[in-house]
Design a protein around this ligand. Structure first.
Ligand code: NDP
Ligand code: ZN
Length: 180
């Protein structure tokens, strides 16, 4: 029912807000971190036209395991196996170096499930728009361009599943003259 969907979405939002409460984004205004997972979920509903509950739940939770003390067991207990599985699919392995994690994102993207690919597309779209809006403290123009090139490599493995998000990403890559 509608009430049940709504309460699940609010439960995820509340959980993520508590988990990310002390974190800030890298933009010069140090925006509250929770703006990002909410924004990713909004890209999925508003632009991707995605109404699948598990996708929206996992989008709201997508950085809790990677970036806070949250465990997958906790996600499983609170939100069930499907949402936990999706969060797992979109989380990097924190035991690896940053360079290994970046290379694995590119290598593994094509093998992700359809739902995980949707979340990854929206996550990259949000981050690239954020970088276009404001350069993080201490980032050179070269570092920003490097991130766009990295994201292009990840997105290459996520294509063919959502025209509107892919078109928006392609506009951003074209502005930076990135193509293969
Ligand atoms: P990134 O350079 O990958 O930082 C980007 C990540 O930060 C995003 O994926 C996003 O992750 C998160 N993020 C937070 N705020 C913002 C924002 N405002 N805009 C966009 N993304 C944001 O990660 P690290 O800082 O961990 O650096 C690791 C990598 O950077 C290394 O591979 C290293 O090689 C490279 N590096 C390059 C330098 C250079 O000058 N070229 C200098 C130093 C490092 P999420 O969606 O999970 O929030
Ligand atoms: Zn993210």
């Amino acid at each position: 029912s509608g009430e049940a969907l709504l309460s699940e979405i609010i439960k995820c939002s509340n959980f993520a807000a508590i988990k990310h409460k002390n974190q800030r984004r890298k933009d010069p205004e140090s925006t509250p971190y929770i703006n990002h997972p909410i924004g990713v979920a909004y890209i999925l509903t508003n632009e991707g036209k995605i109404t699948d509950l598990s996708v929206i739940q996992a989008a709201l939770l997508h950085d809790t395991v990677e970036d806070t003390d949250t465990t997958l067991d906790e996600i499983k207990e609170q939100f069930g196996d499907e949402v936990a599985g999706l969060v797992d699919e979109v989380s990097d392995d924190k035991s690896l170096s940053k360079m290994e994690r970046k290379n694995l994102q590119i290598k593994n993207a094509p093998h992700k499930s359809y739902k995980a690919k949707l979340i990854k597309l929206a996550d990259k779209l949000y981050n690239l728009r954020d970088l276009k809006r404001a350069t993080p403290e201490g980032w050179s123009e070269e570092r920003v361009q490097e991130y766009f090139v990295f994201a292009f490599g990840v997105v290459a493995g996520l294509r063919g599943i959502n025209d509107s998000m892919e078109r928006e990403l392609d506009k951003l890559f074209k502005e930076r003259s990135i193509s293969d």
